[in-house]
Design a protein around this ligand. Structure first.
Ligand code: ZN
Length: 492
């Protein structure tokens, strides 16, 4: 590939040149939503981080199979108060099928992702749709001798695995310390060792989401779905596995152990992790009262928010930091991100308005700008630097707009292209009104224009044109009504 792209591999702890196994194909797996919380802010960062990587790979010409799972088998962290699974609890309280609960949250999540202009993945597999594959995967780990059955559940044997391989190499956890802990956790006495983790859990009688297996009616362990579905759709070795840093341990560490036990090697070549989000300097958490959903950001309805922040403000704010750095959400920081986004959009609007001159006098080398943007992206997806370069270009655009400098047609076209490619295609920024709604005004005016042409045709007794416009608009989905003064329309 023309552009040498370097990414930080969490496993080796260094930046490595990204060379896919089967160029031009890239297999990428990202852990999807793990908590059903209406699409909260914590979902935004991994989704946007790996959306950038996905978009950039597509831009470079790679054929990417992007898999992002849906965790829906109901083995999520239990509510601290009563220990009941979240999906099951909501299903019971609201007399819903568990899958109705899953779908409800999934629809909201998708809506929030659309608003943030996050591209949908190529495959979005549900854990609940891959129970058979997960059972087969467990059987292989059992055959390899790295798991054991206990009281109808199956656990991964961490001490045994650690003797043969290195458990903890991703997170750098001190394994000896982990293994020597003698603390027995409540209700886990069926485990041989506290560090062992569940591959299959026998379901308690009241547990709603359950499937038959050779060991018991139960459900698979959380870590297992990602190993199983990653391998099913991307192969026993694939290029990228991404997720938030909070998933490194135990989730991804356990995934590596499972893959090694199952296939003899880790499935993943590049492990990539985005850093976390804080709110006013604090970790997000329900108990801290700062657990803000994306809808609450978009509507400004949470008490910590001084105003609504559009999806593009949120996206732009996240991209103004490198994905491995922390991002702190505060009203001040978001307001300045909103201003920055507006400034960038003003620059883009002016770029489209300015007229070319015979020669370029402005101090801006467009080829150089483009090269610097590529260089930033190739340096572990440094979106913050790309944005800084585009702001430099905005300063030149303003000079031209104010008549203090000039730009040639060729440079003007090339500059527009840089904005289109980097700002819109790769950074995935959308040019929308600050409300976050798509600006529908031009479309509305286009429909008005069509109906005005129809009215003129009618006045001229050109019934063919008049009927054509009316019938086509009705077919497309508009309700058109003639009124005393002209016409009215709405979307059916
Ligand atoms: Zn996962």
């Amino acid at each position: 590939m023309e552009h040498p792209l370097y990414v930080y591999n969490t496993l080796t702890r260094k930046k490595e040149q990204f060379v896919p196994l089967n160029e031009p194909h890239v297999g990428m797996y990202v852990c999807g939503p793990t908590v059903y919380g209406d699409g909260h802010l914590g979902h935004a960062r991994p989704a946007i981080t790996f959306d950038i990587f996905y978009r950039y790979l597509l831009h470079l010409g790679y054929k990417v199979r992007y898999v992002r799972n849906i965790t829906d088998v109901g083995h999520l962290e239990h509510d601290a108060d009563d220990g009941e699974d979240k999906i099951a609890k909501k299903a019971r309280l609201e007399k819903l099928e568990p899958m109705e609960v899953v779908q409800y949250y999934l629809n909201r999540y998708h809506k929030a992702m659309d608003a943030l202009n996050v591209l949908p993945p190529s495959i979005e597999p549900h854990a609940s749709g891959h129970i058979i594959e997960q059972i087969e995967y467990i059987k292989k780990i059992l055959e390899a001798g790295y798991a054991y059955e206990s009281e109808g559940s199956v656990y991964f044997d961490v001490p045994k695995f650690n003797k043969d391989y290195n458990y903890g190499k991703l997170s750098g956890r001190n394994v000896e310390e982990l293994l020597n802990t003698t603390r027995e956790l409540d209700g886990q006495s069926e485990k041989h060792h506290p560090a062992d983790f569940a591959l299959w859990k026998k379901a308690a009688p009241e547990h709603i989401m359950r499937w038959p297996s050779p060991w018991s009616d139960g459900f698979p362990g959380w870590h297992l779905e990602c190993s199983t579905m990653g391998t099913k759709y991307l192969g026993e070795t694939f290029d990228v596995h991404g997720g938030g840093m909070d998933l490194m341990f135990p989730h991804h560490e356990c995934e590596i152990a499972q893959s090694v036990a199952h296939s003899g090697h880790d499935a993943v070549r590049y492990w990539m992790h985005n850093n976390m989000i804080t709110i006013n300097g604090k970790k997000m958490g329900k108990s801290l009262g700062n657990f803000i959903t994306l809808d609450e950001f978009f509507n400004g309805t949470h008490e910590l928010l001084e105003q609504a922040y559009s999806p593009m403000t949120i996206r732009f704010f996240i991209l103004m930091a490198h994905y491995r750095g922390t991002v702190d959400f505060s009203n001040d920081a978001l307001k300045s991100a909103e201003k920055a986004y507006d400034r960038m959009m003003d620059g883009w609007k002016r770029l489209n308005d300015i007229k070319a001159a015979d020669a370029t006098t402005v101090d801006l080398n467009v080829a150089d700008l483009k090269a610097k943007c590529y260089e930033a992206m190739n340096d572990d997806l440094n979106t913050a630097t790309v944005i800084a370069h585009l702001f430099d270009a905005c300063r030149s655009i303003n000079l031209i707009n104010d008549g203090k400098a000039a730009i040639s047609q060729a440079d003007l076209d090339a500059l527009k292209d840089v904005f289109k490619v980097f700002l819109f295609d790769i950074l995935g920024v959308r040019d929308v009104a600050a409300s976050g709604d798509v600006n529908l005004k031009p479309y509305e005016e286009a429909v008005d224009l069509l109906l005005q042409i129809r009215k003129n045709a009618k006045d001229n007794k050109d019934w063919a044109t008049s009927d054509l416009i009316r019938n086509r608009l009705v077919e497309i989905g508009f309700d058109v009504k003639d009124t005393k003064d002209g016409f009215e329309w709405k979307v059916k």
